[in-house]
Ligand binder design. Structure first.
Ligand SMILES: [Zn+2]
Length: 259
């Protein structure tokens, strides 16, 4: 089984080398590492350079927006297109909207502005944006549909937690849907339903490690080998073998990241 992990914050794992070794032993050979802030762009680039099979995205996560001054954010975004080209980034992101952790209208407006500027860069470079969206699916869709980005490149909805109905709409609007440990949580009925409604050619899997550990392993930080738990649950939901889910999702990841 050859697995492609489409979302892991490798730069903040406690012991990266040991975890990579364990991940490879579990069949996980390719990784997308999304950087979240200009403060960790360089660290992510270096991790990818030092390992085979690790690709990276560069962007500003909505929860990191508030840590940046306007000047820092605008300088970073100005330098981003050149850095993307010179470093060999395969994605833009992690970027998006997070209404859960920012209720203030000004903070949300700032998130939107920085999100849209990154979509401009995705459109310009043709690299897929990796989207984080929490409690903001309606607003996200409005912005996504009104932006030309989706005509140049598909996007990736990471750790999807919305409804099955929304999946159909997202797929129509050129998004891939990525499932994390949330699909395994027994109290989350909505996510398994959404997974079942996802066309196979739009399906991706991830751990979001070290965040969001899968059921029944919900204690402590999430670990890379737990991607196999996501595979098992997705396979069961879709009536496929683990090997089929591995093959389909690896192919999709390679396609979306242009590998
Ligand atoms: Zn993330």
């Amino acid at each position: 089984m050859e697995l492609f992990e489409t979302h892991a914050h490798l730069d903040v794992l406690e012991d990266l080398e040991t975890e990579l070794e364990q991940a490879r032993a579990a069949g996980i050979h390719e990784f997308m590492l999304p950087a979240v802030s200009p403060f960790n762009w360089q660290a992510c680039i270096e991790i990818a350079r030092a390992h085979t099979g690790i690709y990276f995205g560069l962007g500003i996560h909505p929860q990191c927006v508030r840590e940046l001054t306007d000047a820092e954010a605008s300088d970073a975004l100005k330098s981003l297109p050149d850095l993307i080209r010179s470093s060999g980034a395969r994605a833009i992101g992690e970027l998006g909207l997070d209404w859960r952790w920012d209720s203030d209208p000004d903070a949300r407006a700032r998130q939107e502005r920085i999100f849209l500027e990154q979509l401009d860069i995705a459109a310009e470079t043709g690299l897929p944006p990796i989207i984080h969206c929490l409690d903001a699916h309606g607003r996200f869709l409005e912005l996504w549909k009104s932006h030309p980005c989706r005509k140049n490149t598909p996007g990736i909805m990471h750790s999807y937690s919305g409804s099955a109905e929304m999946v159909a709409e997202y797929v129509r609007e050129n998004l891939y849907i990525s499932y994390s440990g949330a699909v395994t949580w027994t109290h989350a009925k909505r996510v398994p339903k959404a997974c079942k409604a996802t066309p196979l050619d739009r399906l991706l899997i991830e751990t979001d490690a070290p965040y969001q550990p899968p059921h029944p392993l919900e204690e402590g930080p999430n670990r890379l080998p737990r991607l196999t738990r996501v595979v098992e649950v997705v396979a069961e939901l879709l009536g496929l073998s683990n090997a089929e889910v591995a093959q389909i999702t690896t192919q999709n990841a390679r396609t979306v990241f242009g590998l």
